[in-house]
Structures are given as C-alpha cells and as structure tokens.
Design a protein around this ligand. Sequence first.
Ligand code: HPA
Ligand code: ZN
Length: 319
Amino acid sequence: MHLPKAELHLHIEGTLEPELAFALAARNGVTLPYADTEALRTAYLFEDLQSFLNLYYALMAVVRTEDDFAELADAYLARAAAQGVRHAEIFFDPQAHTARGVPLGTVVEGLGRALERSEEKHGISTQLIMCFLRDQSAESALETLEAARPHLHRISAVGLDSAEVGHPPVKFREVYERAGELGLRKVAHAGEEGPPSYIREALDVLGVERIDHGLRCMEDPDLVKRLVAERVPLTLCPLSNVRLRAVDTLEQHPLPAMLEAGLLCTVNSDDPAYFGGYVGDTFHAVHEALGLDREQLRTLARNSFEAAFLDHDEERRAR
Ligand code: HPA
Ligand code: ZN
C-alpha cells in the first residue's frame, strides 16, 4: 500500500534481516548458531513476547560498529520508502548494546549518520526515540539517560520496551521526570501483554503522549472513553500481535472495533524482519484480513501524521 504514511512504532534492531545478520556476522567475526538464513528463519516461531525477545537480543550480537548501525538504519529506510513511509520515529535500545560493550556513542552516531541523509536519499524525515528496557532496573535507565546527554541533539523522545508484565510504568517515574526536564517527549509500550492499568499509569505517572500498542485497553470501557476523549494515539502493530500471540489470528484483531470506538489508531510494523512485513505490507494485510476499506486505510494513514511528533509545517510537507 503506497498511501503516504508515518511509521511511529519501529524498533531499528527489529529490522535486522537474516541476510544482513549473516553479512555483519562475517564482517565482525561473530559465529551465529544457525547454518544459514533459511535455518535462522525457521527460528521465527514465537510463543509470546519473551520468546521473541530472546532471539531479538541474541541476534544483535552481530551489530557492532558505527558503520553497522548506519547500514542497518539505511536498509530500513530504503524498505520503508518503497512502502510509502514519509516520516519515521525510530526506537532504539541503548542498554542492549552497552551491555555487550558497544558504546552509546557508536549506536547513536551510527544511526544518526543514516538518519541525517534520509530526507535527501529516501524522502523520509526521521526522529529517534531512545527506549529503556523495562526488565532492567530504574537505576540503569537513569544511567542510560545521563550517558545520552552528549547525544540529545539527535534524540527526540524516550520510550519503554522489552518484557512488560511485572514491570509497570511506575518503576520509571523518576527517569521520565528527568527526561521531561531535559526537553524530551515521552511514549511507552503499555497494554501489549500487560493489563489496562499499565496504560493508565503510563499516562498518569509517566506523562506519555502516545501509547505503544495499547491493545488491551479494549478490556476497560472507561479507559477507552478516556483515550477517545483525550485523543491519545495508539501505535498498533497487528502483525506483531499475531506473531507474539496477543491475538490468535489477524482476522480476530480488534482494530476495526478500535476504529469504530473512535480511538486514534495507527498501524505500524514493530519488528518487521521478525514479524512478516513492513508497514505497507501491514496495511495490505489488515485490508485483506479485516476488510478495512480504502477510507479506513486513509484514516489510519492520516492518523499517523496527526500522532507524529511533527509541527504543522513539517506535517504538511511530509503528507
Ligand atoms: N514489545 C516490547 N519490547 C519490544 C518489542 C515489543 O513488541 N519489540 C522490541 N522490543
Ligand atoms: Zn514495540
């Protein structure tokens, strides 16, 4: 689907295609425990979020240098451009890299190099969102934010990702307060596997402007009313929800009911190398499986620009 759109829920590490993983492994002398790309692809059968995260973190071992990060981001931007993406707000997971000895500066400067050229090369404006791993400590998140201080000119917002259940937003109250003081915008994953109360907490305690996923709001009608009234954007990822078993099949995804309820829904790819499609593929899949018509697809595309961290002039240019 080539409707112009913004992508707002995309983990750059989740765009690592098997071919690039093997190329980087060879370049960096890393041995992968898979014979080839086909063998690796057969590992992409997930039970839940954690079983995916295990592979996602393991495969990152091949991405090491500034050039690697630049190449990873450039490959995503090329694919996204071919699917109608005009603006991308891109997550990255600094702690997953610093924990294995890759300096934060290598990550941010490598990604930044690709992002800097993106408008000219791919016609995509970009922003970078630094995510904290919620299954790590609040202290580690605070240290990460402090370490990012020299790179804040490249970073627009903070986010919260990784294993959700048992790690409620309130754990990160202090680091989000500090991020706000530093002028960063705020989003958080909530209500993917975690309960609707995590969505409320992300709004009320962390002060986020968007909810990443937010799928489980549908279990709480009062919360749905609030999200509608306040026009809180939800960055949904239907293919991810199927692969990680948040829903049984795409046909059963609540996206149509969520649109019907008046929620400000957007559709995104999350970790496209692992979940079977980039954002244009996702638009196509929800059209086929859920019978969304052209007008509804146009609404989703329009919503993505409304939900983006763009000012009015930037928004007009991107559309
Ligand atoms: N949820 C939480 N953490 C993640 C995801 C996700 O879908 N993808 C990469 N990290
Ligand atoms: Zn995500």
